[in-house]
Unconditional design. Structure first.
Length: 319
């Protein structure tokens, strides 16, 4: 962790520097007599770097999903009743617009041009243009909770199935997961991986929707993210890393109850939603690099190429 990583927030640093002065009759090395030099005491043991927030922006009612469009963040915002929106957020945390979607929006994905939003209580998906205009609302199965893009089509996790939508919103197929209560979903470049919260496992589906495998993944898993090689799953027992064949590579503690993950190109970030209100950064080997306060109930996360953004209650937090 470099100082530049958290210049706008406090870090756990070593003790403050102390000034050591050289006596006039006792010069040392190249310092002249009477010269003072600030010295940094050694940290023993070195503290775990935990940086404060770069920014916290009160732009939501209650956030869940968040996605990056290459410039701005888009986050779901809902009170579970009458307010059901998506908020577009500038790089400085300013709201650029609030756009209505369906009941209880919980997940959002970018297709390279437009945003697609899974409306959990509406049993549908809303497509929004870059200006926030509604381009279409498309029915999917009950309780859609996750959405992912495969480079051409959108895949929506709903109930015990996954629905595949064309760019026009047409249903191309509905595929059983083999598990129960499908939630998070992620693409590995070829296949889709779906978290089954109710059966505590993960499903791997081929591009045609064929069931390629069903793999254990901790307890009550929710979130899933791809690191370029392996899948990582957030569960009640920690962050579970799965190989391409579904083998468990490791389970890593990242909070009391991990629920969401995001990848920054090198490291995995894990949100502890239910208890600590923190996000933990894990190295590729699963070692804890740092733990960061992230507001109230951090959930969905998205990386902007430099910083991680977290949907947390009424705020969007930049780390």
């Amino acid at each position: 962790m470099k100082d530049s990583d958290c210049t706008k927030g406090p870090c756990n640093d070593c003790p403050a520097p102390v000034s050591l002065c050289l006596a006039p009759l006792a010069p040392v090395a190249s310092l002249g007599a009477g010269v003072c030099k600030a010295m940094m005491p050694a940290c023993s043991p070195p503290p775990m770097p935990t940086c404060g927030q770069i920014g916290s922006f009160a732009v939501l009612v209650s956030g869940n999903g968040i996605a990056f469009d290459g410039t701005n963040m888009w986050a779901t915002s809902s009170d579970g009743q009458t307010i059901n929106d998506v908020v577009k957020i500038s790089p400085t945390g300013v709201s650029l617009g609030t756009f209505p979607v369906g009941p209880s929006p919980v997940a959002i994905a970018f297709d390279g041009t437009n945003m697609w939003v899974a409306n959990q209580l509406g049993n549908n998906v809303t497509e929004l243009s870059p200006t926030g205009a509604t381009l279409g609302t498309f029915g999917v199965g009950g309780n859609p909770s996750g959405i992912a893009f495969d480079g051409t089509n959108m895949w929506v996790a709903n109930g015990n199935h996954v629905t595949k939508l064309s760019p026009s919103g047409a249903t191309l197929g509905s595929y059983a997961t083999g598990g129960s209560a499908a939630y998070g979903i992620a693409f590995d470049g070829t296949n889709m991986w779906i978290v089954n919260n109710g059966s505590s496992n993960v499903t791997k589906l081929s591009p045609t929707g064929a069931l390629l495998g069903l793999y254990p993944a901790g307890v009550q898993p929710i979130g899933i993210a791809f690191d370029g090689t392996n899948m990582w799953v957030a569960s009640g027992t920690g962050a579970v890393e799965l190989s391409p064949s579904g083998a468990t590579m490791g389970t890593f503690s990242a909070g009391a109850f991990d629920q969401w993950l995001a990848f920054d190109g090198t490291n995995m970030w894990v949100a502890d939603t239910m208890t600590n209100g923190t996000v933990t950064k894990l190295s590729p080997s699963g070692a804890t690099i740092g733990t960061f306060p992230a507001g109230t109930a951090p959930q969905g996360m998205a990386f902007d190429g430099t910083h991680m953004w977290v949907a947390a209650g009424a705020d969007v937090v930049e780390l």
